[in-house]
Design a protein around this ligand. Structure first.
Ligand code: ZN
Length: 62
């Protein structure tokens, strides 16, 4: 098995608390339900996802 691109499967907005999960079948982010609550957050929020530190989509040259 060759190297695979690692993708995050969960992300949380640091501003409004929205949580989304990656849906492989539909290839899209979907709002997650945690603790019996749908974590929609603020629909007008410019979401700041917490995955930046762990997920680097491309290598930096600097
Ligand atoms: Zn947000």
């Amino acid at each position: 098995m060759g190297p695979q691109l690692r993708r995050p499967t969960r992300r949380e907005c640091e501003r409004c608390g929205r949580i989304e999960r990656w849906d492989d079948e539909e290839a899209t982010w979907k709002i997650a339900t945690e603790d019996g609550e749908k974590r929609v957050g603020n629909p007008y929020c410019i979401h700041e996802w917490d995955i930046n530190g762990r997920f680097v989509p491309f290598e930096q040259s600097a």
